[in-house]
Design a protein around this ligand. Structure first.
Ligand code: GLN
Ligand code: ZN
Length: 793
């Protein structure tokens, strides 16, 4: 080993696996369509790994990372590595490992399907949950959920008292051999046993999955034995749950677990990221492992104490380059942070990205159309590797010409970003400084507004509406694609979209819905549509980030003060309103959702960026109102996913997030009805804050959980009007009238019937028209039945 005597070393916790040109995505989808044999898919995987390791080596990292590759998800890899595939799949011994893997990931018989629900981030859709009246089908895919506070989704391991573990899968060891054969120094990566158990779900009520730990540790021990025998130099073992509020039994399980694993004798680098260690800091420092990786971007305030607490014989790896965002590192600032730590550590330190680079796009090299000044402020995965090299050279005092030049270029970029007039707009700053304290308050109380709105709209009780989008048909997508290619003129594209809007309005009138929508035909994505029209946003060509499986998203980049040059939705909405006598609901995306699904500035607090976006949306609300639109929905499906990982930080976030929403909504007069929509079922723990958003009407997901959500409404009386979704748009299944009536009756038990709306649980963009019409016809009939049964006014 030639590198071991160098004092400063560098590595990364993980690299994006999807490929510079999303090669893995296309190979996976071809394989799922039956067009690419497994062996060829494996070839694509092998080539990608080789290429990504070569990039790491060429960039001067001291180890390549092996074990971060996955055909779908790294947590799912561990389900096979540890041989705990759920028994419900009934896999047979002759079924190939890859086919079992995809069966768990996608459900048996899953097809490549389009995404649903307004935005790729919000839900899973190629994923076959096969829900049937609330029951999960035996062969349904594993549940998917967000990986900590990222927009990456992992597959949730299922644990029962019968779960057993063994070493059953060679994939990791094969990959290690591949890397060794290519001549690399290898650091293997594993998800640690405690995080693996924590991230899974106990299938039987009352079963404590931590009780599986004693069985699990020996298998981890075997994995480590094998890795050691293969000749890996380090094993990085990820325990990101050390950044969470852990129950005492979980915390106290760490010491003994790592004492056992450390017996194997392969050097372990315990990796934490995304969140400060806080009360787990001293625990993390004293665990019997050879090294500790910490997130120096999310928790820079802890670096000094970690450098003090961590015994000097242990390796300290500092994640100094942001693995969660796309900004170039301020190298001078990083060196200033690192210098005293190096000194404390007797000249030794490992440098790293804060977390796996999975969460950032692959390379800037492909971004030929980006404005060159803005481009100079960015660093994607490969550029971050280069930054680590420069930092390493500089810390070792090796100021060769390349290092000096790289530092100069970095300095110039940082200075240009700091001073650029494109980032700072005085008008935006002045507006915020002058914002009255009550800018987040409607003029009157909800009760007064409700009276005025009832007199104005004269809606029946149990009013019916939809969440905004209607089916994005092949026609609509083809028109948009040819418009983007420049084959269809703007005028013809607009004419086509107006026709689609007219069609959606006619259908809704025929169905007898009470509050109509224009259908969102003109929108590709609910965040991109607004970002493209706002100042302060820029879009990449190839800045893809894996969301789950083969699904990637291309988040907008918010680089500067946000403002709205002109109205964004008024023409479409006014056109739609002109076609009907029923109220037409204007449709906007809220500030928190736009923030949450973008790469956000790191040179000002998120709260301030949220407020800037809120003001742009506020202006749109005012313009819609001015144009005669009486009902406006501001979608906020991402409020909950923005919650900090630590509960102690929830209040602060919820304060500014709900305020940003209110600022966006509060320009509305009392007679204007503000709706919001959220599509997740778990928000009982933030119900008071959701109520504090003070929307006149909220529509939410509840149908999949059989209105379980409403349990929380027993203790907390939701004060305003509410539409708990009565049917699941994520499934092609069309529920009948009786089923929806039953759900509405269930809801009426905890919500005053006079405050109940009737609607699906999310937008209909991924559904086809025939099923949509049948489902909505049943829904309208259900509402009519309820009106007949409850004479409210
Ligand atoms: N208005 C959006 C739609 O109907 C809402 C999407 C969402 O909740 N993610 O598509
Ligand atoms: Zn939704």
């Amino acid at each position: 080993m030639t590198t071991s005597n160098k004092a400063i070393q560098s590595h990364i916790p993980g690299f994006p696996r999807i490929g510079a040109a999303r090669e893995l995505k296309f190979a996976l989808e071809a394989n799922w369509r039956g067009e690419l044999p497994d062996a060829e898919l494996e070839n694509v995987g092998r080539q990608l790994r080789a290429r990504h390791w070569a990039l790491q080596q060429q960039a001067g990292l001291d180890f390549v990372t092996v074990g971060d590759f996955a055909y779908y998800d790294q947590v799912a890899n561990h389900i096979q590595l540890l041989d705990c595939e759920p028994a419900r799949y009934g896999f047979s011994a002759d079924q190939s490992q890859l086919s079992r893997y995809f069966a768990m990931a996608r459900g048996n018989g899953a097809k490549v399907a389009a995404s649903a629900c307004g935005h790729d981030h919000s839900h899973d859709h190629s994923h076959d949950h096969s829900h049937d009246g609330g029951q999960v089908h035996a062969s349904a895919a594993l549940e998917m959920t967000k990986w900590f506070d990222t927009n990456y989704h992992y597959l949730v391991p299922e644990f029962t008292p019968e779960t057993a573990f063994s070493l059953a899968c060679e994939r990791l060891f094969d990959e290690v051999d591949e890397a060794l054969a290519l001549g690399h120094a290898v650091k293997a990566v594993l998800l640690g046993p405690l995080s693996f158990l924590w991230l899974g779900k106990a299938k039987d009520a009352g079963f404590d999955r931590l009780s599986l730990l004693d069985q699990l540790l020996p298998v981890y021990g075997q994995v480590l034995d094998r890795l050691k025998a293969q000749g890996v130099q380090w094993v990085q073992i990820d325990e990101p749950i050390l950044g969470l509020d852990l129950p005492a039994p979980w915390r106290s399980a760490f010491e003994n677990s790592y004492w056992q694993l450390n017996q194997v004798g392969v050097p372990l680098l315990l990796a934490t990221y995304f969140s400060p260690l806080e009360e787990n800091l001293s625990l993390a420092c004293r665990l019997p492992v050879a090294g500790l990786h910490v997130d120096g971007v999310r928790a820079p305030q802890e670096l000094t104490s970690i450098a003090d607490w961590l015994p000097v014989h242990k390796v300290l790896s500092v994640g100094i380059v942001d693995g969660r965002n796309i900004w170039r590192t301020d190298l001078d600032a990083a060196l200033t942070t690192l210098a005293p730590i190096v000194e404390k550590r007797g000249g030794k330190l490992w440098l790293s990205s804060s977390c796996s680079l999975l969460h950032v796009p692959f390379t800037l090299a492909a971004e030929t159309a980006l404005d060159p000044e803005i481009r100079s402020w960015l660093a994607f995965a490969t550029e971050k590797l280069d930054e680590l090299y420069v930092l390493k050279q500089a810390l070792q005092g090796e100021y060769d010409a390349a290092t000096t030049e790289a530092l100069d270029v970095s300095r110039a970029a940082i200075a240009s970003r700091r001073a650029s007039p494109r980032v700072h707009q005085d008008a935006v700053r002045e507006r915020i400084a002058a914002l009255p304290a009550d800018a987040d308050q409607r003029r009157s109380t909800f009760v007064q507004r409700q009276a005025e709105q009832r007199a104005r709209f004269k809606l029946p009780s149990f009013p019916t509406t939809t969440i905004g989008s209607f089916p994005q048909t092949a026609n609509i997508r083809a028109a948009r694609a040819s418009f983007k290619r420049g084959e269809l003129s703007a005028a013809s594209y607009h004419a086509k979209m107006r026709e689609e809007i007219a069609y959606a309005v006619r259908r809704q009138e025929d169905l007898g819905l009470d509050v109509l929508v224009h259908g969102e035909a003109e929108r590709n994505d609910m965040v991109e549509y607004f970002g493209e029209q706002l100042d302060g946003f820029v879009f990449t060509q190839l800045g893809w980030v894996q969301s789950y499986g083969s699904r990637c998203v291309k988040p907008p980049v918010i680089y500067g003060d946000v403002s709205r040059p002109k109205a964004m939705t008024v023409d479409w909405t006014v056109h739609a309103q002109s076609l009907t006598g029923k109220p037409m609901k204007g449709m906007l995306t809220g500030p928190i959702t736009i923030l949450q699904w973008s790469f956000v500035r790191d040179d000002q607090p998120r709260a301030l960026t949220a407020l800037q976006i809120a003001l742009a949306i506020r202006d749109e609300v005012a313009d819609l109102e001015q144009a005669g639109i009486g009902i406006i929905q501001i979608d906020e499906p991402a409020v909950r996913e923005g919650l900090p990982l630590r509960r102690s930080r929830w209040d602060e976030y919820l304060d500014w997030a709900t305020r940003a929403f209110r600022v966006s909504a509060s320009a509305a007069a009392d007679g204007t009805q503000i709706h919001t929509h959220m599509c997740y079922a778990e928000f009982n723990d933030i119900l008071p804050q959701i109520a504090a958003m003070d929307a006149d009407v909220i529509t939410i997901e509840t149908s999949r959980s059989d209105m379980e959500l409403l349990n929380g409404f027993g203790q907390f009386r939701y004060p305003n009007e509410i539409g708990p979704g009565v049917y699941d748009i994520h499934s092609p299944r069309v529920p009948g009238q009786a089923e929806m009536v039953r759900l509405l009756q269930k809801a009426s038990a905890v919500i005053p019937p006079a405050n109940l709306w009737v609607n699906p649980d999310c937008g209909l963009k991924t559904r086809g028209w025939p099923e949509t019409e049948t489902a909505l016809r049943n829904m309208v009939a259900a509402a009519r039945q309820l009106r007949a049964e409850h004479a409210i006014y």
